[in-house]
Design a protein around this ligand. Structure first.
Ligand SMILES: [Zn+2]
Ligand SMILES: [Zn+2]
Ligand SMILES: [Zn+2]
Length: 539
């Protein structure tokens, strides 16, 4: 079926078939005027036919549903046949009209020139609304009337998904290729699907009944219109304005976006390349820090490791409380041992705990007197939520970091408090550290969220979107005599590719430097730790 039409009987036929049927009935002379029989029901019907767009759309889609290799052939064949039918029909209609006119009017003495109806063409451009004639153009109005396509010449969504890279429908403007979402529409001129950004140019239909109805056309169609406009007079002025102001503005934002996408891709590549190495190094540093703590405990006495290591007033208070409880326990219990050695151990324990309690209480007083400095002036490094977690290099996975820390915190809170004093203190320290990191992560998350809303949201998660830029495989068959890409479009694409190539080196250098710097910082920390451990071992 090439041209599906609906008949009075409600059934859909191919136009050629049903017209042949009507013709054969006309030729049998017993027919009253405009009375025909339905081939399906046998009822009396008229010969009026209605274009069935639904069925036509289904045909297009079922053609497209086949595999890609036969796709464009089929589509083109089908379009060619439809086009031929349409042309022969308009020719027939015109003939009929001319005949009627000839019958109505007496033949003029001199043959009147047959008024040639101007054919829809890519060359037709008329300046209708300009700032110079007092009409103020709205922001996106180009002030032009041009040839637009019919609704049935629009590309189907399904077709777009087949030609889109990775079977994802993309904006068919070649240097955009943005993944389509709910914000897409058809170009009223070329009929291709495009994103809202690429459709920001408004024109009116050249021979429209309502000349005020603005329609959106795509960026590439605007570049084609520029090519057919004259460069003198009002038309020249409007042409210069469109190309120097409108197109330039669009181009700048398009280039900016492509560069951002590329930068993101370079960043992800750098992360994949250097991230695992950094993570390993960071984990080793953490292992070394723990080992060093243990060595210190062994070489300088049991309490050295936890001395002055409080990260918050709350942690310090808890340690004080634990120590006080132990001190009271010891005093209440009295010396359990009868022998002298045991008594000495008891006294040593009391004196050790008194020492530590005094130090902790002193620290607590100090911390309370300068609460704002506590975290930064603590004896350990400033807490960062990234320590030893993900390779700690970006805000990209802040949410998962927060989640991990929250789980850790809950686990620690739920876990049983160890019985012996040192483990208890370690336990409190662990809780305090996790909660400090969680706090840090949540703060950073809030910060990054507020930063993100201020910049334009772009589809950064889409890794293939860059590859789709410039792809013109299996392009939608264009209406009337449009032929894309034009030289100007190719030039546009070359400029974009040039800008991307230039920026690629800049991005690579940036992330190389960033990772090298991080590696440097970590290596220094690693070496410092190794030195300190050697020093402790030597002492
Ligand atoms: Zn677009
Ligand atoms: Zn277009
Ligand atoms: Zn090492």
């Amino acid at each position: 079926m090439v041209e599906p039409v609906i008949c009075d009987d409600g059934f859909t036929y191919d136009r050629q078939t049903i017209e042949a049927h009507f013709q054969s009935e006309l030729e049998t002379d017993y027919r009253q005027q405009n009375q025909f029989t339905s081939p399906m029901t046998g009822d009396i019907i008229t010969n009026s036919l209605l274009h069935n767009r639904n069925v036509e759309m289904q045909i297009v889609e079922s053609l497209e549903e086949r595999n890609m290799s036969v796709l464009d052939e089929d589509i083109e064949k089908w379009h060619r046949r439809r086009e031929q039918r349409r042309e022969s029909r308009t020719a027939r209609d015109k003939e009929g009209r001319n005949k009627e006119e000839q019958q109505e009017r007496p033949q003029p003495d001199i043959a009147a020139p047959i008024q040639q109806e101007e054919q829809p063409s890519a060359e037709r451009v008329r300046v209708d609304r300009t700032v110079t004639d007092g009409t103020i153009l709205s922001e996106h109005d180009l002030g032009l009337s041009v040839t637009l396509c019919n609704e049935d010449e629009r590309c189907s969504l399904h077709y777009a998904s087949l030609v889109g890279v990775g079977n994802v429908p993309r904006c068919m403007v070649a240097c955009c290729a943005k993944r389509l979402d709910n914000d897409n529409d058809w170009c009223a001129r070329c009929g291709r699907l495009a994103c809202s950004r690429c459709l920001e140019f408004h024109v009116t239909e050249y021979s429209a009944l309502n000349p005020n109805q603005l329609q959106s056309i795509c960026f590439e169609c605007v570049t084609q219109i520029i090519d057919v406009m004259g460069d003198t007079g009002t038309e020249g002025q409007v042409r210069a304005f469109i190309s120097n102001v409108r197109l330039r503005r669009y181009n700048d934002s398009l280039t900016q976006r492509a560069i951002e996408l590329q930068d993101y891709q370079v960043k992800m590549n750098a992360k994949a390349q250097f991230g695992p190495g950094l993570l390993e190094l960071r984990e080793e540093i953490r292992r070394m820090e723990r080992a060093k703590d243990e060595m210190q405990v062994q070489s300088q006495g049991a309490d050295a490791g936890s001395q002055n290591s409080f990260r918050s007033i709350a942690e310090c208070e808890e340690v004080c409380a634990v120590l006080t409880r132990h001190y009271n326990d010891l005093m209440e219990r009295g010396c359990p041992e009868q022998d002298e050695e045991g008594q000495i151990r008891y006294i040593a324990a009391i004196s050790a705990i008194t020492d530590r309690l005094e130090r902790a209480q002193l620290t607590l007083l100090e911390m309370r007197s300068r609460p704002s400095e506590v975290r930064s002036s603590g004896s350990r490094n400033t807490v960062s939520c990234f320590d030893g977690i993900d390779g700690g290099d970006s805000f990209d996975n802040l949410e998962s970091i927060c989640e991990q820390l929250r789980m850790q915190y809950i686990d620690l809170r739920r876990s049983e408090v160890p019985a012996d004093e040192f483990s208890q203190i370690a336990h409190i320290e662990a809780i305090s550290e996790v909660s400090a990191r969680l706090e840090d992560a949540e703060r950073k998350l809030v910060e990054s969220r507020s930063n993100r809303t201020s910049t334009e949201r772009i589809d950064l998660e889409d890794p293939v979107i860059l590859d789709a830029i410039g792809v013109r495989d299996n392009e939608w068959p264009l209406p009337f005599d449009l032929s894309y890409p034009t030289a100007r479009m190719e030039n546009q694409l070359d400029l974009l590719r040039g800008a991307l190539a230039q920026q690629l080196g800049v991005s690579q250098q940036k992330y190389d430097d960033e990772y090298r710097q991080r590696r440097q910082v970590l290596t220094e920390r690693h070496n410092r730790l190794a030195n300190e451990m050697r020093h402790i071992q030597g002492a």
